[in-house]
Design a protein around this ligand. Structure first.
Ligand code: HC0
Ligand code: SF4
Length: 562
């Protein structure tokens, strides 16, 4: 152990502890800006500076380690002055028009400037030119970038995509797309993990609230909105609501106030996906066994973009089933339009997703299924614009019939959920009997690469589940090199799955993801139906319209063309 003093208090911590963590262990706050635990610990912003007795210059607390006998002051006059100057210098390269910034109210730099009582700026601002293509789903505003390096590190080290880099030299040094390329020339998967880690408003999603409200206000248009599984785990976070209070039903009540005509649940389509993908898996199983190569899930658009650009030779092994988002749009504009007796052209289908890549996915395949995608954060902004007070909302039910999903459908939002739901129904399809609902729970959990083996009526099924594209790449290389053999593989591009999607509210730390995961498994546990094949609305949809999974019509509407 190392003994030191922080702000006059004795502290004893393990060797190798940073000053930041040592201070935290006794409840002393040192502000940070660029710091991201285990990902970006480079002291670039110099906001976490502290005074160490015997050293002339303040040192950064996030990447300097404790030493025996050290005497540290985290908020002395010298520290406060230095910190204030550092933040002013950052602000001088930042377009601090907070009144019009999307991050106003949850921007780390704004909070710091307030906390440090910065009320005037002695420096003139030097801003970069902004020439970003604003039609791209991921928006970067160069004038807001503070060069904290978080996006670079997350995209390099967690996602392994290397989209961002330090570019130019001298005073023109900045962060931008690697090699000064245009973003659409890169392999960016739109996972949005860089957006989630940006502490200011430099990286955001394209805001599509305007086109959605245009549709809501157009009386000739029927607006149908679907809510993704993971959105219900997190939408209340930015309003400071508890998980118990911020239910999907309260979100429905808020959406109703905005004026959507029908409010449905993506979990309905997740159950349909299981019917299609599960049946497809069983149909392909002989070939899978013969080739020794797995079938991959296809519901995460970041992952689909990834495999197509990074492992194109294996893209043919993706399930041909559309994602729940897309299936939902297709079912709405066919089966449901027929039920309503309206021209599908009059339906405007909106998805609320925890994801930025879904904004891109809805344009694939001619863009006919889903018309607009809003992230969980955009819903927050929409609620604020309507002066909806979520804490005063009652609960309201999803509409029928596309508003009912099973416990299997809801766990799609967590890594391993699609696999578990698929295995529950595959077991039934093979044996004619339901397994224990929790029989496949070994694929749960936030580990980046999990594997399991199950026996389905005498056949061993080897499965793997990965989340985070760095893990996906390792897994794909291992498959390619024949180091591992799986029959069915689920991959989600965001670490932990959609609960940690790039369109979710900004989170404080990893425990938020764990809490979101627990919401989904709680909803599954308490759902009276836990098998996709038992969803009565899905059964009716097949009976009345699609006939059976993999039927001609199902292929036409629910699968991508191969
Ligand atoms: Fe997901 Fe989905 S689970 S990708 O994370 O499969 O975004 O929540 O909506 O489509 O259902 C996201 C979440 C979805 C889809 C579903 C899948
Ligand atoms: Fe990298 Fe994902 Fe950001 Fe694209 S969206 S730049 S892949 S982290």
């Amino acid at each position: 152990m190392v003994n030191l003093k922080i702000n006059g208090r004795d502290v004893s911590v393990k060797e190798g502890t940073t000053i930041l963590d040592a201070a935290k262990s006794i409840g002393e706050t040192i502000p940070t800006l660029c710091y991201l635990k285990d990902i970006n610990e480079i002291g670039a912003c110099r906001v976490c500076v502290v005074e160490v007795e015997g050293t002339e210059r303040c040192v950064t607390a996030c990447n300097n380690f404790v030493e025996e006998g050290m005497v540290v002051y985290t908020n002395s006059r010298k520290v406060r002055t230095t910190r204030k100057t550092n933040v002013k210098l950052i602000l001088s390269q930042h377009d601090y028009k907070c009144g019009t910034c999307i991050r106003s109210g949850n921007c780390t730099l704004q909070s710091l400037a307030n906390e440090l009582n910065i009320s005037e700026m002695p420096y003139d601002s030097i801003l970069e030119k902004d020439n970003w293509d604003k039609t791209f789903p991921l928006i970067r505003d160069a004038r807001k970038c503070i060069k904290c390096m978080r996006c670079v590190q997350v995209c390099d080290n967690i996602q392994g995509m290397h989209v961002w880099d330090v570019v130019n030299t001298g005073s023109r040094t900045t962060v931008n797309v690697r090699g000064n390329h245009k973003i659409h020339e890169t392999a960016c998967t739109l996972c949005g993990q860089c957006v989630s880690s940006c502490p200011v408003g430099a990286l955001t999603e394209r805001d599509d609230v305007g086109i959605v409200l245009d549709a809501v206000e157009n009386e000739d248009i029927i607006t149908v909105v679907q809510v993704a599984p993971a959105v219900r785990t997190a939408w209340g976070e930015s309003f400071g609501l508890s998980k118990d209070f911020a239910t999907a039903q309260r979100l429905v009540a808020g959406l109703r106030r905005i004026g959507f005509d029908y409010i449905f649940d993506t979990t309905f389509a997740a159950d349909m996906t299981i019917m299609e993908e599960g049946s497809e898996f069983l149909e392909r199983l002989p070939e899978i066994k013969e080739s020794g190569l797995p079938m991959f899930t296809s519901c995460c658009p970041g992952w689909v973009k990834f495999i197509k650009s990074q492992f194109p030779d294996m893209a043919g092994r993706l399930s041909s089933a559309k994602s729940p988002q897309q299936m939902f749009g297709a079912v709405t504009k066919s089966y449901y339009a027929e039920k309503l007796g309206v021209d599908p052209e009059k339906i405007f289908c909106v998805s609320i997703m925890p994801c930025i890549a879904k904004k891109d996915e809805c344009t694939w395949d001619g863009g006919k299924d889903v018309d607009a995608v809003l992230t969980t954060r955009e819903v927050e902004r929409m609620f604020k614009a309507f002066f909806i007070k979520p804490e005063e909302l009652g609960e309201d039910e999803f509409d029928d019939p596309l508003g009912s999903g099973t416990g299997a459908g809801v766990i799609f939002g967590a890594t391993g959920g699609v696999m578990e739901a698929a295995l529950r129904s595959a077991y039934f399809l093979v044996t004619g009997k339901n397994p224990e609902a929790d029989a496949f729970q070994s694929v749960r959990g936030l580990d980046g690469w999990k594997e399991a083996k199950f026996n389905l009526a005498g056949t061993d099924i080897r499965v793997a589940v990965a989340s985070g594209l760095g893990n996906a790449r390792r897994l794909m290389n291992a498959i390619r090199n024949k180091e591992v053999h799986y029959d069915f593989v689920e991959i989600m591009s965001c670490p932990g799955g959609c609960i940690n999607g790039g369109g979710q509210p900004y989170k404080e730390d990893a425990s938020d993801v764990e809490a979101r995961k627990n919401v989904l498994y709680g909803l599954d546990r308490h759902n009276s139906i836990r098998f996709s094949h038992e969803n009565p609305s899905v059964q009716a949809c097949y009976k009345e319209y699609f006939e059976k999974p993999l039927s001609h019509r199902a292929h036409e509407l629910l699968h991508v063309e191969e």
